[in-house]
Design a protein around this ligand. Structure first.
Ligand code: SF4
Length: 516
């Protein structure tokens, strides 16, 4: 270590220190579409239509869907027992309380962090965040970084930036490590490798090791642990995310299940915590509500195995912990939402429960086909609102508006309302094309009973005399029919007539039955 004029210390640059865990990752060949890769350029991603069409036909997607359904999470997502409902009410209130005085809590947090000796960098854009972290690493001669799971670092595309600076970065959460070895992005907020089967992981690690490993989770986990342990010892810098940042004490709270966060935050001499602004909470005591709420929604657990509370760099007499501690707080378009109905999305605690509950997310086999950091309902709302997200504006259409996500959300975010708002924003920005005019005409016709009945009659006649394939090629119909099967319209309106008949029978029991 080198002493710096400001009293901090800098590790000696050591070009030989490289990741042990990633040393043989170059041997891995796992075919995957470009849009699931860790190097996806969001501005040049394929269209949503082509990604989703490819996703539903990909090998393995059906297995992922069945695995997700076997977990039963979609059925359990919206059920809240009495004690869970109380926790949910309180958690939702804490998050709204934070939003009501957002800047007040944020300035208290920054002041407390600095009082503890943390160097705070409050930046605006994703680019500023990754450049700040890259600068800290290069100024300290860092060649290896051990990182714990953090969606915030995915959002700012941190790892490709650091790798571009010649720095090795190793993910130390097992699921993230698996995704990194495969060259893919996380596919779920709390289950990064949820799209992969046990066999997929066995194949990956076997390729890396150069010999066949048994498909035994204990063996596979031990293989990863052994390789990662070397990197925990060798890394000169640790990077962690933040689940909650308590404004009253300046404590950063990180929850995990594997102990890797404790290693990342205690072993390297240099630590950088990365958080988007909405991680702030009013009081440390609030984690008594928010941590069980998060863990219950994320994993159906009351608590995670580890809760790491960070209160600044190592103090005199302490035997571990970073000697230098930075906290990068980035905005990326969030504070512009304050005071608008969209600020609700800043209450999110990143549990991933809305993703489990979403039939579209499950059918696509996870979040990759959304082409963004955050998939599922949270992603379809949040991603279009972040930074320069013009390429993500169409995401709210990846939704059936079934409402399951709202039932599943532990902090009561009205996700379907926000999705509808997002659609309206997108439509408002689009030139009014043929499809929009077609839907307008349809709305006008069907709001007039006579014209409505005339269109049903026309559909019945067309359905009886024209082949369905031909109907699907007609103007306007062809826009709807892309990727869908044209239904049999030869009996269009019969269901309504039948319903009217049943309703009439209920209103006039005995009518037409001869028992009057
Ligand atoms: S929107 Fe709600 S359910 Fe979805 S990740 Fe955020 S807190 Fe969880």
């Amino acid at each position: 270590m080198k002493d710096q004029p400001n009293g901090t210390t800098t590790p000696e640059p050591d070009a030989r220190v490289r990741s042990t865990a990633m040393i043989d990752a170059g041997r891995v060949t796992r075919p995957h579409p470009s849009w699931s890769g860790s190097d996806l350029d969001p501005e040049h991603r394929p269209s949503l239509r082509s990604m989703t069409a490819e996703a539903v036909t990909r090998e393995g997607v059906g297995h992922t869907r069945l695995r997700l359904e076997a977990l039963g999470r979609e059925r359990a997502s919206g059920r809240w027992s009495p004690w869970e409902s109380q926790l949910r009410d309180r958690g939702a209130e804490i998050r709204r309380e934070t939003l009501r005085d957002f800047e007040g809590y944020m300035s208290r947090l920054v002041a407390q962090l600095e009082r503890h000796g943390v160097v705070v960098h409050r930046v605006s854009t994703a680019g500023e965040a990754r450049e700040t972290i890259g600068r800290i690493a290069t100024e300290h001669g860092v060649t290896l970084i051990a990182k714990s799971k953090s969606m915030a670092t995915e959002e700012i595309h941190l790892t490709p930036h650091l790798v571009g600076l010649g720095i090795d970065v190793v993910e130390t959460d097992l699921g993230e490590y698996i995704a990194q070895v495969a060259g893919e992005r996380p596919s779920h907020i709390v289950g990064p490798a949820l799209h992969m089967s046990r066999q997929d992981v066995t194949d990956l690690f076997s390729q890396m090791k150069g010999e066949r490993l048994p498909a035994d989770p204990d063996v596979l986990a031990a293989y990863a642990r052994e390789r990662l342990r070397a990197d925990f010892k060798a890394a000169q810098m640790g990077i962690c995310g933040v689940n909650f940042a308590a404004a009253d004490t300046g404590t950063l709270v990180v929850v995990s299940n594997e102990g890797n966060v404790d290693m990342v935050t205690s072993q390297p001499d240099l630590l950088v915590a990365v958080m988007p602004v909405e991680k702030v909470i009013p009081r440390l005591a609030d984690i008594g509500t928010l941590v069980p709420l998060l863990c219950n929604a994320a994993n159906k657990e009351f608590s995670t195995a580890y809760q790491t509370l960070l209160n600044g760099p190592r103090r005199p007499g302490e035997t571990d912990g970073p000697r230098e501690f930075h906290c990068v707080i980035f905005d990326n378009g969030r504070t512009a939402l304050l005071g608008t109905p969209k600020e609700e999305i800043l209450a999110c605690i990143r549990c991933g429960n809305c993703q489990f509950s979403c039939p579209v997310f499950r059918t696509l086999g996870g979040g990759h086909a959304y082409g963004t950091t955050y998939g599922g309902p949270i992603g379809a709302v949040l991603s279009p609102l972040l930074g320069d997200a013009s390429h993500d504006r169409d995401l709210p259409f990846l939704c059936s508006l079934c409402g399951a996500c709202a039932d599943a959300c532990p902090v009561k975010i009205p996700l379907p309302d926000l999705l509808v708002d997002g659609r309206a924003d997108y439509e408002g920005e689009q030139p009014r094309g043929l499809e929009t005019r077609g839907w307008g005409l349809w709305g006008w016709l069907w709001s007039r009973p006579r014209l409505y009945r005339a269109t049903l009659l026309a559909a019945r006649v067309a359905g009886r005399v024209l082949p369905r394939a031909f109907l699907g090629k007609l103007p306007v119909a062809n826009l709807w029919a892309t990727g869908r099967t044209i239904p049999d319209v030869s009996h269009a309106g019969d269901g309504r007539a039948l319903f009217q008949g049943e309703a009439s029978k209920r209103r006039h029991p005995g009518a037409n039955t001869g028992d009057r």
